[in-house]
Ligand binder design. Structure first.
Ligand code: PEP
Ligand code: MG
Length: 588
């Protein structure tokens, strides 16, 4: 048995079998085949080796013709490695011990890569990449040139209650996981604010990130318990833990059933103050599901997920169709469409997508609205699609990561240009589309009174506000101790925004992950927020909590935490207050 803890990103308990994904999106498990298939596997391996040699030879010729002999010679070295007798013998030895050809190739070539990478010599370490390239080429011959998605699907289908274990997952890889098939996920790296964590919580499957190294202790198919409530992963659990967690699963189910009772009730406090409870979505289909339909609208539609995982750059029609789906599902409720927030950890995989390159500090680089303003044609395409869709419902447009008034004005100018184009072309759009911005950079908070004169609404993105306020990477487990919703500095920034909005009569909402954690509901109401946007999976829980709160008490709580001097004190206090207010309900 091996137990490790990490950072909880999505609650719940899962029992299942390990599916290990390495950074190429799949992992070749050690698979032993019956003796009768040994010869066949040897034959497959030898054929794959010949085909790989031919492929490398072809690459050599093409590159020599295009770039010259010296570049083609790079492949000469690959061919030499591939034809190394010792390498071939090692792989065949494993196949003779009944390893599947894929497993044998992967195991031996991974050993070679590790040996080169550990030589402590930068030049030789580069050779590890050459060996990785050879490994991929042979595996492609053996497994067919299928995408990692279809290989993942095959793995998922052959596993009972798969629990995905990985060093890291990109947001698009996470988004691709089908929650009906995957029981949970855990990663070695990542922090609670990473987009991977956000997508995991949106999927509603138990998830833990930032566990640190553990993958070397697990094999494909090993039994795993994932305790998303306590942030604990247990590999090869003993009987005592299995029994305890069987009870936990039951308790979890009864907690969920209790929360479900609130789903159709209004989101209002015990003393009758109505709170607008909106939802955050990444994909149109989420808006078509029950929880989102029961919310007061979509407070944040992260449209960049249209790009992530797509094979081609989405066209205006792709954008338009997605927006129409959401608007049709939400009827006359508001839908806040946030323009693309690509870049940083949400790099698109598309070859010619508008992506920054070689950034040393991507969260401070060409991301989000900066990227849109740099790639105006993509931005115009998106704005045009949003405006066209606006006749189908209550569209609001929101610009992300606004740092300065000039940036805001440029974004507005782009929108006005698109409106003029539509007017000229006689294409209809709603004249009432309100335009707002996310408040997620401290400079925007400091200038909030000026923004109030020009902006129709604000939504506070605490995920980024925390990272920019405390200078802490939201996805880095090593500084995750600083990345804290409870930090009084963050709470004070939020207070400034809600106060400015109240005075200027500009609506202010909050759409960061903080809203989905019941620990903060009391603080948010007490600070003065009357609109919150949470993932669909959190709607019933936050509604349940809101219905037990009294606004005067929340104000007292907020006044107290604003005077505290550290995050731990705030967090402990809020947990205690929540437990008292919800004495009949067990959250953790
Ligand atoms: C935020 O920063 O709080 C937010 C909602 O935006 P995202 O998480 O997509 O950066
Ligand atoms: Mg953000």
């Amino acid at each position: 048995m091996f137990v490790k803890t990490g950072i909880t990103v999505s609650p719940g308990v899962a029992f299942g079998e390990a599916v290990i994904l390495d950074n190429r999106g799949f992992h070749v498990p050690r698979r032993i085949v019956p003796k009768a298939f040994q010869e066949e596997n040897l034959e497959r391996f030898r054929q794959a080796l010949d085909q790989t040699a031919q492929e490398i030879q072809q690459s050599r010729e093409v590159i020599s013709q295009q770039l010259g002999e010296s570049y083609g010679a790079i492949f000469e070295a690959h061919l030499e490695m591939l034809q190394d007798v010792q390498l071939k013998n090692k792989i065949e030895k494993l196949i003779n011990q009944q390893y599947a050809a894929e497993s044998a190739v992967s195991e031996v070539l991974q050993q070679y890569q590790e040996a080169f990478a550990n030589l402590g010599n930068a030049y030789l370490a580069q050779r590890a990449h050459d060996i990785e390239d050879i490994e991929k080429r042979i595996l492609r011959q053996l497994m067919g040139d299928r995408s990692w998605r279809s290989r993942l699907e095959t793995l998922l289908e052959s596993t009972e209650n798969p629990i995905i274990l990985a060093h890291n997952l990109t947001p698009s890889e996470t988004a691709y996981l089908d929650q009906t098939k995957v029981a949970g996920l855990a990663t070695e790296s990542g922090g609670s604010g990473s987009h991977t964590a956000i997508v995991a919580s949106a999927l509603g499957i138990p998830g833990i990130v930032g566990i640190g190294p553990f993958l070397s202790h697990v094999n494909y198919g090993d039994p795993v318990i994932l305790d998303g409530n306590a942030g604990r992963i247990i590999l090869n659990p003993d009987e005592k833990n299995q029994e305890y967690y069987r009870g936990e699963v039951e308790r979890d189910q009864s907690r969920k059933a209790h929360l479900q009772e609130a789903v159709d009730l209004p989101a209002q406090t015990k003393d009758g103050v109505r709170i607008q409870l909106l939802t955050n979505i990444e994909f149109p289909h989420e808006a078509e599901q029950g929880p989102a339909i029961h919310s007061d609208g979509v407070g944040l539609y992260r449209t960049e997920f249209l790009y992530l995982g797509a094979d081609e750059i989405p066209s205006e029609e792709d954008h338009f169709q997605s927006y129409c789906k959401v608007l049709d599902a939400m009827g006359d409720k508001p839908v806040v469409i946030r323009t693309l927030d690509l870049g940083a950890d949400k790099l698109s995989t598309l070859a010619d997508a508008p992506c920054p390159e070689d950034e040393k500090n991507p969260f401070l680089g060409l991301r989000s609205i900066r990227l849109s303003l740099r790639n105006l044609s993509h931005f115009h395409t998106q704005l045009k699609a949003i405006l066209r869709a606006s006749v189908r419902g209550q569209v609001r447009i929101m610009f992300p990561l606004i740092s300065t008034l000039t940036e805001w004005r440029h974004a507005k100018a782009a929108l006005n240009n698109v409106k003029e184009d539509l007017d000229e072309q006689g294409i209809a759009y709603s004249p009432d589309v309100r335009v707002g911005m996310m408040v997620e950079v401290p400079s925007a908070v400091l200038m909030i009174d000026q923004f109030c004169r020009e902006v129709d609404f604000f939504s506070i993105g605490t995920n980024d506000l925390i990272q920019y306020c405390l200078a802490v990477d939201r996805g880095n487990k090593d500084v995750a101790y600083l990345y804290n919703n409870s930090d009084p500095a963050v709470l004070r920034l939020m207070k400034q925004v809600v106060e400015a909005g109240r005075k200027a009569e500009v609506p202010v909402s909050v759409c960061g992950q903080m809203c989905s954690n019941p620990v903060y509901t009391m603080a948010l109401v007490g600070l003065g927020f009357r609109s919150l946007s949470v993932p669909p999976s959190a709607l019933s829980q936050i509604k349940t909590v809101l219905r037990e709160l009294e606004v005067d008490h929340c104000r007292e709580v907020a006044d107290k935490i604003l005077q505290m001097d550290n995050a731990k004190q705030v967090n402990t206090f809020l947990r205690k207050e929540l437990s008292q207010a919800m004495s009949s309900f067990e959250f953790w």
